[in-house]
Design a protein around this ligand. Structure first.
Ligand code: AHR
Length: 619
């Protein structure tokens, strides 16, 4: 085949297209990215979260575990445990706490002497065989809730094993405990996230991180809408909630941590908030999907709009003038986070109830913060659904308040091959596209190849497709709500980076702000399984690729070009390039594998000679 490159024919494209979609689905937050090792640390699990769950789930004792709610530490976390005199309370973690020799931990707890006096709390890690691998003591003072901290270290002679956390009252009298916490002392940048998982996200070089969902954002029923301000501040004041995916959110991983994580990896935060309606506009408060259409009562909508404006003020405000900004400072971040984007709505049913609330919120944001990019929604994509069509109609009619819209599609590999011109005809005068959730169904090499082809097509349309995020990001083994995901993990480590992960990583590290036109000369019957895309940053006066200082891709040198080639054919392909000189020794990154392989070996080589040689099934 021959690739004809026309260096004179170029267009400006988005240099911040590649991002990640974080949703607390499949145990992505508690038990996942959030490094907390104690499960149900707040004793707030209930049957609303999951059938059969109670405040004692994940806790055991020799006697029944006693839960009380009299004079709690905070009204938002009303339950706590009472450890009887000379008794022990155990937490089993997320199916065991994996402890290695010399591993260090930070333990903390809110505690008080239930009957006054001065008791002593012994904290230990105990293996399945009864071996104590780490131990320490805390002297409790008085009858008032106080937070106590204790460093713990696993004995150097211990074997690596699953342990339980054991809390024992050493003297007479009961002890009340809440917010029982155990973190490894080496979290990502010291900010409480699991190092391996956070690093795997950082390695994708995302230009943005979307959070907290997905359906998590709008929740199941009005009472389950995610209110961002309930997820910040001291742990005990955060409001735990039922997770729409049938488990519990402690909100330990809340908006502060999301913003901090974005800063730590040089990505823009993209918070997505409900458009005043819950999932599918269900008016039901719990067990949603009642079929009624509804949303937040219109009389409460001005307050809900304020809540969203407060988020922008909290993230960007000046501590000299704003109490919201001072809350951010008190949490440890006096400097503004410099929020640029906000998402409103997620795959909502485009009903009247939705439109009136959605329009009201988008207008409120644009009126007060015209500099913020408002990212709307166009409903679920089902080939395409009427919601999708109506959603686009609404966005086009309101482009003064909606800058971009969030499209979602999960389709077969064949769909991607047969929709390569999908965005070619999109109206460039309307809102831009944020492809907020997308994936081909499956997690094999074939999926990674068609996704790479789709990314070539997105780049060709990078003047209208501004941002894109594969979804979902994380899945804990044994807790899957959704397949495929990009990163699979267990308590100890990452168990699988899917082939799609490597496609995302390749595109994440090769951003450009100009698209250079090229044309493949290849037989028509082969064309749809081969794709090319050339992007780069060609002149110094261009806006810099990447956005946030610290982002490696932002340091892309002027004049650097990325030529991306996908060969989804079963045989070797030689490609001669016309119109672009590729010097000997040019670096080449990619992967290959059999279509059904579930893992790939990434490779790195350097180019020799003038023709490019692509192995079968390779990027
Ligand atoms: O990504 C998983 C789910 O897919 C999201 O929560 C939802 O928005 C979509 O239906």
């Amino acid at each position: 085949a021959v690739l004809d490159v026309d260096m004179q024919k170029r267009k400006k494209i988005s240099d911040h297209m590649m991002g990640v979609f974080f949703e607390d689905i499949s145990y992505a937050a508690d038990g996942g990215l959030y490094a907390e090792l104690v499960q149900n640390r707040d004793f707030e699990y209930s049957k609303e979260d999951h059938r059969g769950w109670t405040a004692t789930t994940a806790w055991t004792s020799n006697k029944p575990v006693v839960i009380d709610s009299c004079n709690p530490i905070s009204k938002n976390t009303p339950h706590y445990a009472v450890i009887a005199r000379r008794d022990t309370l155990y937490n089993v973690g997320w199916g065991g706490i994996s402890a290695a020799p010399m591993q260090k931990y930070d333990f903390s707890v809110f505690a008080r002497n239930a009957e006054g006096g001065n008791n002593v709390l012994q904290v230990a890690l105990i293996g399945d065989d009864g071996t104590v691998t780490a131990k320490g003591r805390i002297k409790l003072k008085g009858h008032v809730w106080q937070r106590y901290s204790l460093p713990l270290a696993v004995d150097s002679k211990a074997t690596r094993q699953n342990v339980r956390l054991a809390l024992t009252t050493l003297k007479d009298g009961c002890i009340d405990v809440d917010m029982v916490s155990l973190f490894p002392n080496d979290t990502f940048k010291g900010h409480g996230l699991r190092k391996d998982l956070a690093q795997a996200v950082a390695d994708l070089h995302p230009k943005f991180v979307r959070f907290p969902g997905g359906c998590m954002s709008h929740g199941q029923g009005i009472g389950n809408i995610y209110h961002w301000q309930e997820s910040i501040g001291p742990w005990q004041d955060r409001k735990p909630a039922k997770n729409i995916w049938s488990y519990h959110q402690t909100r330990g991983l809340g908006f502060y941590e999301f913003f901090q994580f974005c800063e730590d990896i040089g990505a823009e935060p993209l918070p997505v908030l409900a458009a005043g309606v819950p999932c599918q506009n269900s008016a039901a408060d719990s067990d949603g999907y009642a079929g009624q259409q509804g949303g937040i009562d219109m009389k409460d909508m001005p307050a809900y709009c304020q809540e969203i404006l407060h988020l922008i003020e909290w993230a960007n405000g000046d501590t000299a003038t704003s109490e919201w900004a001072r809350m951010r400072a008190r949490a440890g971040h006096p400097k503004p986070f410099n929020l640029k984007y906000i998402g409103i709505g997620n795959e909502d049913l485009i009903s009247t109830a939705f439109e009136e609330r959605y329009g009201m919120i988008c207008k409120a944001v644009k009126d007060k913060f015209p500099e913020i990019t408002v990212c709307g929604t166009v409903g679920p994509f089902h080939n395409p659904s009427s919601d999708y069509i109506e959603g686009w109609k609404f966005a086009n009619a309101h482009k003064d308040i909606i800058d971009m819209v969030d499209e979602h599609y999960y389709e077969s590999p064949g769909w991607f091959l047969h929709h390569q011109d999908y965005y070619d005809g999109y109206d460039r005068r309307g809102p831009k596209v944020y492809l907020g959730e997308w994936a081909s169904r499956g997690s094999r090499v074939e999926n990674a190849l068609v996704e790479a082809i789709h990314l070539c097509n997105l780049e060709r349309n990078g003047d209208i497709v501004d941002m894109a995020s594969y979804a979902p990001l994380f899945c804990k083994e044994g807790h899957s709500n959704w397949n495929p995901d990009l990163i699979y993990f267990n308590n100890d480590s990452i168990t699988r980076l899917t082939p799609s992960y490597y496609t995302q990583k390749l595109w994440g590290t090769t951003a450009g702000n100009e698209y250079i036109y090229s044309r493949l000369q290849i037989a028509d019957s082969l064309r749809y399984r081969v794709a090319a895309s050339i992007v780069g940053k060609l002149s110094a006066d261009d806006e810099s690729a990447g956005i946030t200082p610290g982002n490696e891709a932002a340091k892309q040198p002027v004049g650097q070009l990325w030529l991306k080639l996908v060969n989804a054919l079963p045989y070797h392909l030689e490609i001669a390039v016309n119109g672009l000189a590729i010097p000997n020794g040019t670096e080449c990154y990619g992967f290959t594998g059999a279509p059904n392989d579930s893992q790939v070996e990434p490779y790195r080589s350097s180019i020799k000679g003038s023709a490019l040689s692509l192995p079968p099934y390779s990027v």
